[in-house]
Design a protein around this ligand. Structure first.
Ligand SMILES: [Fe+2]
Length: 492
């Protein structure tokens, strides 16, 4: 018997859905482009059983993968739990056996295993399609492999035993020039360990290179950035320790006294020559893009001044500051010929704060580029406050295309009863000019209490959407989504 009245999950639009779904030939408003063949694959969390802790965080909900499958102008929808070891053990016990997010010391004795914290992953953050396989990723565990046709869970994957980190990032980087995948794991040798292992996988999905280094302090390294010559690792504010985990506390706490460190690792290095730069308190969970120009490494990212997550406490007990949690797109420039460890920071789009779920045309990753895409809230647009319910105050009613050279913003407005989840840019063809393609993303329609997949022309966002794929229910909430071309995975 499940009782959700005492657990911390969202109410209203993002209340747990707890069902698997198949919708064939979905209702569409408008016309789905016939040159979009493949799938928009989303991953997020949905609570199978309520958390045991009122102050647990949404990152601890069970992985749920869904797919909008596009074929010649029609779209099918499929949603499945990621059937992790944890999901299966909970279901067998008919209750939540696991404790806080990333703290195995708070688990039920029947499953408690602090030596192997990766076994309790919920695998709920980013889908990955690589070398003909589909995976679900979360940074505290190994990837789960998923059947791309059925979305059934196959099991964990360790790349023929050549992946030596206990963990695998949710943010891999595909080099569009070489076809290599750069991936890493932090807390690589166990809970609160300061080891980071970095891997290069070739086009066939084989591990071909490993680097290892230690961080200045143990921190959340959720995302990195890639250039043609370097991999860039941010270390900032969120801290942890074995002491706090053994004391039964949440994994992360924000320490505003910690400087941000940026590690720049030459690609192909074994890790010994990583160079650390140091700056003031900042929060940079996601990156946008980066490039190496001569002796300079240039990184663009949505960056906040301080703790962006209201649900992670401050180590000094100070209250969460929503002003300091706002993200602006900033450019950091690192001079590799300099003798000191400082870097230059500029805010390049100062007139609009954004969500940090930012995307680019992936064909331009690690290369010079012009556009970034992200959701944001425009308070000057019409808004149906009465219907917003629990979404009030965290509505993203626009997708913006941000021109990082001119500062111009082109906006797509979703409607007065809609909030937008992360956008994804889908190129019209394998090769072509940057930005020629579609912007897709799921809107939460809180007037109709249903989810809608938006498809817009990325070069004409002001014109509104080309099509909306309608689901007759609230889809489970998404962290990240990806577009997968028809020929990337064996869908049939
Ligand atoms: Fe992420």
């Amino acid at each position: 018997m499940v009782d959700f009245t005492k657990q911390p999950a969202d109410k209203g639009f993002f209340a747990p859905i707890r069902f698997e779904a198949d919708v064939y030939d979905c209702e569409v408003i408008g016309k789905v482009p016939t040159d979009m063949n493949g799938a928009f694959v989303r991953l997020g969390g949905d609570w199978l059983y309520p958390s045991n802790f009122k102050d647990d965080v949404p990152f601890n909900s069970d992985g749920y993968i869904s797919m909008f499958r596009f074929k010649n102008g029609t779209v099918d929808f499929k949603g499945r739990w990621v059937k992790t070891e944890r999901y299966q053990k909970d279901l067998a016990a008919n209750r939540q056996l696991y404790g806080y997010y990333r703290n195995p010391f708070t688990d039920d004795p029947s499953v408690r295993d602090p030596e192997h914290p990766n076994r309790r992953t919920v695998s709920n953050t980013t889908p990955l399609a690589f070398a003909g396989k589909l995976y679900t990723l979360k940074e505290d565990g190994l990837p789960y492999q998923i059947n791309p046709k059925t979305l059934d869970t196959i099991g964990t994957h360790n790349f023929d035993g050549k992946w030596h980190s206990q963990t695998f990032t949710a943010h891999t980087k595909l080099d569009p020039v070489s076809g290599e995948l750069i991936a890493f794991g932090y807390e690589a040798t166990g809970l609160a360990s300061d080891d980071v292992f970095v891997y290069t996988l070739d086009k066939a999905g084989q591990v071909v290179h490993e680097a290892r280094f230690k961080v200045p302090y143990v921190s959340m390294i959720h995302d990195v950035a890639l250039t043609q010559k370097h991999v860039i690792f941010p270390v900032f504010g969120y801290v942890t320790s074995m002491e706090r985990l053994k004391a039964g506390k949440e994994h992360w706490v924000w320490d505003s006294s910690k400087p941000m460190y940026i590690g720049i690792l030459p690609r192909g290095s074994d890790g010994k020559d990583i160079r650390w730069f140091k700056g003031p308190e900042r929060c940079m969970v996601h990156t946008c893009n980066a490039r190496t120009e001569g002796n300079r490494v240039i990184l663009e990212a949505p960056i906040a001044d301080s703790n962006q997550f209201p649900f992670f406490a401050s180590i000094d007990g100070s209250p969460w500051n929503p002003q300091k949690a706002r993200h602006y797109i900033r450019r950091l420039t690192f001079d590799l010929s300099s003798k000191d460890d400082s870097y230059k920071e500029e805010i390049i789009i100062p007139n609009q704060s954004i969500t940090d779920l930012i995307r680019i045309d992936q064909r331009y990753l690690s290369l010079p580029y012009q556009y970034a895409y992200a959701g944001y809230n425009d308070p000057n647009r019409p808004f149906d406050e009465a219907r917003a319910g629990n979404l009030k105050g965290r509505v993203q009613n626009c997708y913006g295309r941000f021109d990082l050279r001119s500062g111009k913003i082109d906006a797509y407005f979703a409607g007065d009863s809609h909030s937008l989840q992360e956008p994804y840019f889908v190129p019209r063809a394998k090769k072509g000019a940057e930005g020629d393609g579609y912007l897709v993303g799921v809107a939460s329609n809180f007037a109709e209490m249903r989810s809608e997949l938006i498809i817009a022309d990325a070069q004409h966002l002001e014109a509104g959407d080309i099509a909306r794929v309608i689901l007759p229910f609230r889809a489970s909430s998404q962290v990240h989504g990806i577009w997968v071309d028809e020929d990337q995975l064996p869908f049939a």
